[in-house]
Design a binder for this molecule. Structure first.
Ligand SMILES: Cc1cc2nc3c(=O)[nH]c(=O)nc-3n(C[C@H](O)[C@H](O)[C@H](O)COP(=O)(O)OP(=O)(O)OC[C@H]3O[C@@H](n4cnc5c(N)ncnc54)[C@H](O)[C@@H]3O)c2cc1C
Length: 403
């Protein structure tokens, strides 16, 4: 019997690859190895779950056993791949039963990215949480539950570090769910790198109307347990560089993700900001592929790197998994990304953003209320932002964009 195709990672990238592969090949052995439980959940729904009162267990859309059965996948969960030998086409896996070596025909690295940890002073720096998985969400949910139980009727306070996409989505969701929310960001405005200033200002106003307090141009330097922690267990004091102290029941860091490239680097794969892959999703080693948050796509052309860009969103995964499945089943295809607008889940002011390609020269132009077009120096439309009711224009604007 020949060696299996091994997929490492049970996030959207790992499971979508398995699903696309099975559409083309129902017999080749597929082995999926993942450090977590492998339960299938939609990660984007983590940042709008509190307002809907959803519990962590309710976030699982398909339990792992059902996924494995439906896709005819052999599963190794709670197991971590710790090394890859590309010449021998083997990996080493460790779990509670010990470590073992497995041979692969083809290997897919769908290992995701990890939250950036800002170095903080203080005796409660470790109490700062991030949410990039269902397990993270469960931990944060439990923290807020404990705060709710101790709050004597007062709504708990959440302090969010970072006013980017994830920070703003959680700010909206938690404020909507009744929490008192503050957001600290060193930049000048929410989503400063993605939105034109007017759209940013409208988002800020919409979130402030919900009760969110923003602290721009500000950075947290330390997190300590509050002196009153004996009466209010878990209460934290976050100190800003300015010296101001913000009180919080929970601190959520949403300052971005970084790919841990240690495994790929040790295997001798070319890595840059993530694992470099060509238009066929192949890494620098034969029979080794990558996609999802762990990949840097040559197909996402960028003047900033010969290896292209990372695209840590859902739509790139859907497109990449189809091409990868095709490659793995013997029909070579090149990945060409279409325009992939992202919906920002801030119901206080819904937004759709289609970012212009990295490194293009040009700028934003307001077209009409709630519509901004990104025009390059030749007057070609390369991206757009839509807000509020104008998000319905998504298709119309998409057709106008030159990629
Ligand atoms: C709160 C939140 C909201 C989001 N909202 C949106 C949105 O609205 N729209 C959008 O387009 N995108 C959104 N995103 C981004 C999107 O969800 C991600 O791009 C996508 O889920 C990444 O999937 P992935 O499979 O690449 O990585 P992950 O989901 O991180 O999966 C990685 C997997 O690899 C496993 N793993 C890692 N290392 C090893 C190892 N050595 N051995 C074995 N297993 C390993 C992990 O256990 C995990 O199963 C959001 C992200 C977050 C955090």
């Amino acid at each position: 019997m020949s060696a299996p195709v091994i997929i490492v990672g049970a996030g959207l990238a790992g499971w979508t690859t398995a699903r696309e592969f099975r559409k083309l090949d129902s017999t080749t052995e597929l082995l999926l190895i993942t450090a977590d439980s492998g339960d299938f959940y939609a990660k984007p729904s983590l940042s709008n779950a509190f307002a809907q009162g959803r519990l962590p267990a309710q976030m699982v859309s398909t339990p792992v056993a059902k996924m494995a059965e439906t896709l005819n996948v052999t599963l190794l969960s709670s197991s971590r791949v710790q090394s890859v030998e590309t010449a021998a086409q083997t990996i080493n896996v460790i779990n509670h039963t010990g470590s073992r070596t497995l041979v692969y025909r083809d290997l897919v690295l769908a290992t995701g990215a990890q939250p950036i940890k800002v170095p903080l002073e203080g005796n409660a720096a470790e109490a700062v949480l991030s949410i990039n998985s269902l397990d993270d969400f469960a931990l944060f949910h439990a923290r807020l539950q404990a705060a709710n139980d101790a709050a004597n009727g007062l709504r708990p306070q959440v302090l969010i570090m970072g006013a980017g996409l994830i920070g703003c989505e959680f700010a909206n969701d938690l404020a909507h769910a009744g929490y008192r929310v503050s957001v600290v960001d060193p930049g000048p405005r929410p989503l400063a790198t993605l939105l034109p200033p007017e759209a940013s200002a409208a988002l800020q106003q919409a979130l402030e109307t919900l009760g969110v307090r923003f602290y721009f141009g500000a950075t947290i330097s330390a997190v300590n347990t509050a002196p009153t922690a004996a009466e209010a267990p878990g209460l934290l004091h976050a100190t800003l560089v300015s010296g101001e102290i913000l009180v919080a029941d929970a601190v959520l860091s949403a300052v971005g993700l970084r790919v841990n490239t240690t495994l790929a680097q040790a295997a001798g794969l070319v890595v840059d900001r993530a694992i470099a892959v060509n238009a066929r999703l192949q890494t620098s080693a034969a029979h080794v592929y990558a996609l999802g948050d762990s990949a840097q796509y040559a197909s996402a052309v960028s003047p900033l790197s010969a290896h292209g860009s990372t695209l840590p969103y859902v739509m790139p995964i859907m497109n990449a998994a189809k091409v990868l499945a095709s490659t793995l089943t013997g029909t070579l295809a090149d990945l060409v990304f279409p325009l992939m607008p992202v919906s920002i889940k801030t119901p206080a002011l819904p937004l759709v953003v289609a970012a212009a390609r990295n490194g293009l020269a040009g700028g934003w132009q307001a077209a009409e209320a709630g519509v901004w077009q990104w025009l390059d120096d030749n007057g070609l439309q390369r991206g757009f932002v839509l807000s509020g009711a104008q998000t319905a224009q998504r298709m119309v604007q998409s057709k106008r964009v030159t990629l």
